[in-house]
Design a protein around this ligand. Sequence first.
Ligand code: 5CA
Length: 140
Amino acid sequence: MESELSNSAKRVQGFLSAMGFSFDVKELPGSTRTAQEAADSIGCAVAQIAKSLIFREKKTDRPVLVIASGSNRVDLKKIQKLMGLKIEKADGNFVKGRVGYAIGGVPPVGHDEPLETLLDRDLKKYETIWAAAGTPFAVF
Ligand code: 5CA
């Protein structure tokens, strides 16, 4: 229930509801900090976890969001080749400061500012996918 969610999870639920999505953010008793932990806590395949990874575009210092299937590794060279984006992994301070959520709970939506976003096509294979909702215990 929304009233019982922590502040960051409430923020994600608020965004989803405001945008007209009927997704319910759920806080689980088990950790969802990593894709594997989330899959174990939810009881789904790790490939059904949409992990939201934040990178830093070197030239502009802007955050870039990559939403990838939990079983895939993000290939930075491939992204650079296809998109012309020079990006590197962001550290925890950058993620929290620029995106508004701590690593382990970064959601695919509801950030401090709109983010340039790359989406892994593999996620379309699944009827149901799960993503982080602001904390290492919250998903939708
Ligand atoms: N809540 C789950 C998905 S439901 C989740 O956030 N999974 S994740 O894979 O998107 O988030 C963990 C990711 O955070 C790791 O894949 C890694 O890219 C990143 N990460 C973990 N520790 C660090 C760190 N010290 N610095 C930068 N990134 C990190």
